[in-house]
Ligand binder design. Structure first.
Ligand SMILES: NC(=O)c1ccc[n+]([C@@H]2O[C@H](COP(=O)([O-])OP(=O)(O)OC[C@H]3O[C@@H](n4cnc5c(N)ncnc54)[C@H](O)[C@@H]3O)[C@@H](O)[C@H]2O)c1
Length: 363
């Protein structure tokens, strides 16, 4: 193995700990420096890891050791940080969604093309054994020709547990832009890109109350739709029905089901790397659990960054910016359709990301 790829992280909030753990256990990545608007938070976040510098954003971007900037800021800041990193000649890997708007995301991809640097994006959970085993089952013809899928995410809202949930209720947030990237990326991984959408949406409350942390009890404004439904018409003709909600108490619906001509699949939660894939053929009645057949075993947030870093120049990374852009375009178009009442044609597209063979973790 060659030299590790040096990573600099901007944004050391709630999700950063999971990345730091993964980077720490992957020899192909090295955490060199972190930055945050709140330097104390950055210092605290990397306390368990020796030799990581805590820098200002400008210092981190100017640091010649850093190959990839891992952008873990809030969605409203994704584009601004990514554009600065691109201008500094760095590859960028962003948390999802790629940006708060497709227009911002398009600007990022244009700038990256011009600077000849690469953009990657979460979610990488879909590279885990759950989604990848389901994808292999579809590709192997286990359910015949895919016809339809359903995707359901129902929660009462992240303000119940996140200490700073404001970003979930402004542009770039809401159940669709926050959780939709997992579901739509999984659907594109399983069934290919989307050609058109039709949507409907509602907003139940003007304010939400923070449920934990120092701001517990504080009310925050809601400026986005909090229950979003719709149909994605894939280029292949498959119809995926989506329900993404911060307004439901609970659900027993599977996260994702895919129905084919000869069988149906239950696909595990795309917010996680693993989980059981179930199959039932026409007339079988019962569900069988498929053996784990593909994907990164024991994945953690950051394996997509390693996959991105290891992708040879000239090849499309599985966690590519163009996939993330298509996913964002689909979600934004679904909201546009919900507001106009008309179907929206999706003008972007992407390659279906290449499958991940069953890959055991390195000891
Ligand atoms: N919290 C989760 O469970 C979770 C899970 C998966 C993905 N994500 C995604 O990860 C990203 C971050 O989420 P989070 O929950 O960690 O948010 P957070 O609010 O806890 O942390 C974000 C951090 O970014 C910093 N920041 C914001 N703007 C900045 C700027 N311009 N320059 C430097 N630092 C800046 C903030 O100070 C904060 O420390 C989001 O895109 C979110 O969608 C979060």
């Amino acid at each position: 193995m060659g030299q590790p790829v040096n990573v600099g992280v901007v944004g050391c909030g709630a999700i950063s700990a999971q990345y730091f753990q993964t980077i720490d256990r992957l020899p192909e990545l090295r955490l060199v420096a972190v930055a945050d608007l709140d330097l104390d938070r950055a210092r605290e976040a990397v306390r368990p890891y020796a030799g990581v510098d805590v820098l200002s954003v400008a210092e981190l971007l100017a640091d010649s050791r850093i190959d990839i900037v891992l952008n873990l800021t809030i969605p409203a800041a994704h584009a601004e940080i990514a554009l600065q990193a691109i201008a500094a000649g760095k590859d960028v890997y962003c948390e999802k969604p790629l940006a708060a708007t497709a227009e911002q995301a398009a600007g990022m991809l244009r700038a990256a093309d011009a600077a000849q640097v690469r953009v990657g994006c979460a979610p990488d959970t879909v590279l885990g054994t759950g989604t990848q085993t389901a994808r292999k089952a579809i590709d192997d013809g286990l359910i015949g020709r895919p016809i339809a899928a359903t995707a359901t995410m129902m929660t009462p809202g992240h303000e119940r547990w996140h200490p700073n949930p404001d970003f979930y209720y402004v542009s770039g947030g809401g159940p669709l832009l926050d959780m939709g990237p997992y579901y739509v990326t999984s659907l594109v991984t399983l069934l290919g890109p989307v050609a058109s959408v039709v949507g409907a949406a509602s907003r139940t409350r003007a304010k939400r109350t923070i449920g934990s942390g120092p701001r517990q009890g504080e009310e925050i404004p809601v400026t986005v739709d909090t229950h979003v439904t719709g149909v994605l018409v894939h280029t292949s003709g498959v119809l995926s029905t989506l329900v993404m909600s911060f307004d439901g108490a609970a659900t027993k619906a599977p996260n994702i089901e895919v129905h084919g001509e000869t069988g149906s699949l239950v696909v595990p939660d795309p917010n996680y790397f693993d989980g059981s894939v179930l199959v039932s053929g026409v007339g079988e009645g019962d569900w069988r659990t498929l053996p784990v057949g593909a994907g990164y075993v024991e994945g953690g947030r950051g394996v997509g960054l390693a996959d991105f870093a290891a992708t040879p120049a000239g090849e499309e990374p599985r966690t590519s910016g163009s996939l993330a852009f298509h996913v964002l375009d689909v979600m934004e178009s679904l909201l546009a359709s919900a507001h106009s009442g008309a179907a929206v044609t999706i003008t972007s597209t992407c390659e279906r990301p290449s499958p991940v063979n069953l890959t055991q973790p390195i000891d």
